[in-house]
Ligand binder design. Structure first.
Ligand SMILES: Cc1cc2nc3c(=O)[nH]c(=O)nc-3n(C[C@H](O)[C@H](O)[C@H](O)COP(=O)(O)O)c2cc1C
Length: 175
């Protein structure tokens, strides 16, 4: 199990660092009341079992996560037909390190400075106004469960891991 776990973490690291890796974009799920909400996000960084995502603090996902930090991440490698489901909680980091903001390109920075909040109605897509206020924040997703599935022949491989007392314990399960 240890080598499988190492492979999973290695693939996650590649997802955060290789632009064209299939894990570079993943689906992040949160909960609004009793309803699940999903969206694609960019995989920015992984440190131990914590994944960073950049967002606009005014997005609905942020208020969802502030009232319910439970979240799930779904990554899919369409080349290898590998799926990774991660379960954990998200902390909204408003006071981020200034070096993070300065590492973002001027074009990408603009996305976090729209006058109206993401999701606000506008007349046409070109009519987006910007201002100086920065609405950037970092979502820190810390996962404590991993569900891995490799669709393959002659057999599929599925394994579940749980972080217990700082140690990942896992076993193969029926796919
Ligand atoms: C390929 C792709 C990458 C995206 N990356 C991000 C991202 O890193 N952060 C983000 O906040 N939104 C990202 N979005 C937009 C979100 O999917 C979503 O539309 C937006 O954040 C509003 O989400 P919410 O209304 O659920 O809060 C991305 C969308 C796509 C299609």
């Amino acid at each position: 199990m240890e080598s499988l776990l190492a492979t999973i973490f290695n693939e996650l690291l590649k997802g955060s660092s290789i632009i064209k890796h299939p894990y570079r974009y993943f689906c992040l799920s949160s909960i609004e009341g009793k309803k699940p909400q999903q969206r694609m996000v960019v995989f920015r960084k992984i440190t131990n079992n914590t994944i960073s995502v950049y967002t606009d603090i005014r997005t609905p996902k942020v208020s969802q996560l502030l009232s319910n930090p439970n979240a799930s991440v779904l990554l899919y490698d369409y080349k290898k037909m590998n799926q990774i489901q991660l379960t954990g909680t998200i902390e909204v980091e408003k006071e981020y390190d200034a070096s993070v903001w300065s590492s973002i390109s001027p074009k990408a920075k603009k996305d976090y400075t729209t006058s109206l909040a993401p999701g606000s109605a506008i007349d046409t897509p070109e009519k987006v106004l910007y201002e100086d206020k920065i609405n950037f924040c970092i979502l820190k997703f810390s996962f404590n469960e991993i569900d891995y599935l490799d669709i393959n022949r002659p057999y599929h491989t599925r394994a579940k891991f749980k972080l217990t007392n700082n140690e990942w314990l896992g076993s193969y399960v029926i796919p």
